[in-house]
Design a binder for this molecule. Structure first.
Ligand code: SF4
Ligand code: SF4
Length: 192
């Protein structure tokens, strides 16, 4: 394994790929930290979006082992706060795609949640929360966490028992296949 392939090393190829996949001018970020100050998930992660940008600028491969890239919820707050119109959320997403391909996923539960979420959208055109909740419970074997919240929600009809497909599901699925490129791109690049 060459030096540039080691986690934490500097990899100009990674920097280039992150810039291409995210569509962001990485050098436009000057580390002001406004993105991290507004990011709703940063306080619970290993670091915030400004550090994602710094590691991306450096092509530092430790970014691919970050929890932050898996727990970004694409809310866009960072982008709206950035004085330089940089979108760290897109860089998180690009880094997550590369981490998945290179099997350096730091938060497997977040990856499973993302995949099940997309599967539900693909199958029904919308999220079926109950199926997703059951799938995540089975994956984690943590069956009773949140039960005090889940049961009342179920009884109040907040979690429909059966999934309802959107109108025009067939047309939606054709669009989904055409435009949801993550899986196809990763496959093309030799990933999972
Ligand atoms: S898009 Fe991601 S990185 Fe940006 S503020 Fe939202 S959660 Fe944080
Ligand atoms: S707000 Fe913009 S310029 Fe400031 S640290 Fe975040 S990405 Fe960089």
């Amino acid at each position: 394994m060459g030096a540039t392939e080691q986690i934490g090393s500097i990899d100009k190829g990674l920097k280039k790929e992150l810039a291409e996949l995210s569509g962001q001018k990485l050098e436009s970020c000057y580390m002001c930290g406004k993105c991290t100050a507004g990011c709703p998930v940063a306080p619970y992660q290993d670091f915030g979006p400004h550090m994602v940008m710094r590691l991306a600028q450096l092509g530092n491969r430790s970014l691919l082992k970050s929890k932050m890239i898996w727990n970004c919820v694409s809310c866009g707050t960072c982008y709206t706060r950035c004085p330089n119109s940089v979108d760290p959320g897109r860089v998180c997403s690009a880094a997550a795609r590369i981490a998945k391909r290179e099997d350096t996923v730091a938060d497997k539960a977040a990856l499973a949640l993302r995949e099940k979420f997309v599967e539900s959208i693909k199958n029904h055109g919308r999220l079926h929360e109950l199926t997703l909740a059951v799938q995540m419970k089975m994956a984690s074997h943590d069956y009773f966490a949140d039960i005090d919240m889940g049961v009342p929600m179920l009884l109040q009809g907040k979690f429909p028992i059966f999934a309802h497909n959107i109108e025009g599901l067939h047309d939606f699925q054709k669009l989904f296949e055409k435009h949801y490129v993550e899986k196809k791109d990763d496959h093309k690049e030799g990933g999972k």
